[in-house]
Design a protein around this ligand. Structure first.
Ligand code: ADP
Ligand code: MG
Length: 235
């Protein structure tokens, strides 16, 4: 049986600036389907609209035009509350700059999505510890982010992104701030955690090696559009 699409974007656009003034079309009519369990890399030059697309998928921003369905639900019509619930239950996100809360320990950072979903404290702590263990950082649970290396911080961020079993994992240049050896370790970890098909993965990257290693499909963006060859039929 063919898996159902988890993401269906149809002519999705995002512009910045008011009409009459100079308008930036950060995303310009992108149509893209991603099947459940698929791992898709989005590549393209800086400024091509990759992060804009990812932020729309994450529910961090709203499109100016077009439609975006996630699991059959029309994300662009969600209320604020529905969007907040979507972000904390359905999505896990990993950023280039880790974005851990600086005054919270590694464990507290990983617990955060569970806290937002109202998981009781004991269960929350156990689940977060289990995930710190999975990313190889059980012994660093009580450390604050400043006391962790870049690679360790990204591991904490990966645990935080996956602890609540999101259906959709999004990553924006996750190895962009890391040296090549550490980047390689983070790649292996992502591959290890995402290859069983239980999570759909959209990865924004400049790194062709990361794209081909971690993903089974690559789409390319240029000037806010999917480029020739990267065109993607609506299912
Ligand atoms: P990428 O991630 O591929 O580097 P972005 O999605 O960040 O590209 O940006 C696409 C375009 O949209 C760029 O021209 C960028 O300057 C512009 N842009 C992104 N965010 C904003 C914003 N908040 N306000 C105005 N322009 C923006
Ligand atoms: Mg970007």
């Amino acid at each position: 049986m063919t898996p159902a699409p988890l993401i269906v974007a149809d002519a999705l656009s995002k512009s910045y600036g008011q009409s009459g003034q100079h308008v930036i079309r950060a995303l310009d009519g992108v149509s893209l389907s991603v099947l459940t369990g698929e791992r898709v890399a989005v590549v393209g030059k800086s400024g091509s609209g990759k992060s804009t697309l990812l932020n729309l998928l994450a529910g961090l921003d709203r499109p100016t035009a077009g439609s975006l369905k996630i699991d059959g639900r029309q994300l662009d019509r969600f209320t604020r509350n529905e969007m907040a619930r979507y972000r904390c239950q359905t999505v896990g996100i990993i950023f280039q700059s880790f974005q851990l809360l600086p005054q919270r320990t590694a464990l507290q950072n990983v617990e955060l999505p569970l806290m937002l979903s109202g998981v009781p404290s004991r269960r929350r702590r156990l689940q977060a510890l289990e995930w710190l263990d999975r990313v190889g950082l059980a012994s660093r649970a009580a450390h604050l982010p400043y006391a962790l290396s870049g690679g360790e911080q990204q591991r904490v961020a990966i645990a935080r992104a996956l602890v609540h079993h999101p259906r959709l994992l999004l990553a924006d240049e996750p190895t962009g701030n890391l040296d090549s050896v550490t980047a390689d370790q983070i790649q292996s970890l992502l591959l290890d955690l995402c290859s069983d098909g239980s999570v759909t993965f959209v990865l924004v990257t400049h790194d062709d090696h990361l794209a081909s290693r971690c993903c089974n499909r690559t789409v390319a963006m240029g000037d806010g559009k999917l480029m020739e060859g990267g065109h993607d039929a609506i299912l």
